[in-house]
Design a protein around this ligand. Structure first.
Ligand code: HEM
Ligand SMILES: N[C@@H](CC(=O)c1ccccc1NC=O)C(=O)O
Length: 268
């Protein structure tokens, strides 16, 4: 199909569904800055859609043992994450007073309820089925998040590849209940240590590991910029989603998708 002649009626706006896309901004107040707030979030959801598309490809490549082709998708994901992090600087042009003038219209809605963000976390290995309950009214979002939680994560697939390459990954790790949060394992850390100590021998595995660290690093950088921007805009107020706000977001900085890829560094 790729080389098929396009229908002659194709237009720029039609191809991009611009009338749908540009009719989807509905600020609820008459405050000027609310449009920015809507557009920042919508662009972030679009980028997340692309990220999910890319991680799915990378994961299927890793699962079939094609580590090198997966690098391209993973590199693309971390570049998109960098753009998402940069967009905090646009949002930070909104002063606390500007935001507080329309914050009330948001009710109890919050980025906490982004199903695509939770799917991204789940695909990387941060599984938490408690977030499912926010999506009971959107069956397609619920089903997609549940499927991501119930499936092996990108990290589960990477560990299977280490085992296939001959590294000793315990069977309990390979056969774990993948819907549960991943528990760091000393044996897995030992396997990665071998990869990092002899990169010439384990070059494809080493390159994959560094691409994974790029993703984890970029996610943490995004989280960090989020919490700094939140403190700058709402101080220590509680979040609309019901958490303590800055204190909750600061705790999330401890999360690691690929824990042994961080912990091994102390032992190298
Ligand atoms: C004025 C701007 C913003 C403020 C004050 C803010 C505040 C917060 C707070 C307080 C939370 C914790 C949950 C809650 O109690 O609500 C949260 C969570 C979250 N926010 Fe924001 N946020 C802002 C903008 C954004 C933007 C622009 C994005 C995306 C681009 C975003 C994405 C998220 C996500 C994904 C979470 C869940 C984080 C997690 O649980 O790890 N937020 N936000
Ligand atoms: N949690 C924010 C509200 C907020 O930022 C928000 C509200 C609706 C849709 C997306 C949001 N973004 C991230 O949390 C607050 O507490 O002010």
């Amino acid at each position: 199909m790729t080389d098929a002649a396009p229908p002659s009626s194709i237009t720029y706006s039609g191809y991009l569904a611009l009338d749908d896309l540009l009719a989807a901004q509905h600020p609820l107040s008459d405050q000027h800055d609310e449009m920015l707030f809507v557009i920042i979030h919508q662009t972030k959801e679009l980028w997340l859609k692309q990220i999910l598309h890319e991680v799915a490809l990378a994961q299927s490549l890793v699962r079939s043992g094609d580590l090198v082709p997966a690098y391209k998708s993973l590199a693309r994901v971390s570049r998109i994450q960098a753009v998402m992090t940069q967009s905090w600087d646009i949002l930070a042009t909104m002063t606390p007073a500007d935001y507080l003038r329309f914050r009330g219209v948001l009710g109890s809605s919050s980025g906490f309820q982004s199903d695509q963000f939770r799917r991204f976390e789940a695909m990387l290995g941060l599984k938490d089925s408690r977030f499912l309950r926010f999506h009971e009214e959107r069956p397609h979002a619920y089903a997609a998040l549940k499927a991501a939680i119930d499936a092996p994560s990108l990290y589960d697939d990477a560990l299977s590849q280490l085992a296939i390459a001959g590294l000793p990954i315990p069977v309990e790790v390979l056969n774990r209940d993948v819907s549960q949060p991943y528990e760091p394992s000393e044996a897995v850390e030992d396997a990665w240590l071998e990869v990092y100590r002899d990169t010439a021998r384990w070059w494809p595995q080493y390159q994959l590991a560094e691409k994974l660290v790029d993703l984890d690093d970029a996610l943490l950088t995004w989280r960090h910029k989020h919490v700094v921007t939140v403190e700058r805009i709402i101080g220590r107020r509680r979040g609309t989603g019901g958490t303590e706000g800055v204190a909750y977001l600061t705790e999330t900085l401890q999360r690691r998708c690929f824990p042994e890829l961080w912990s091994l560094r102390t032992r190298l």
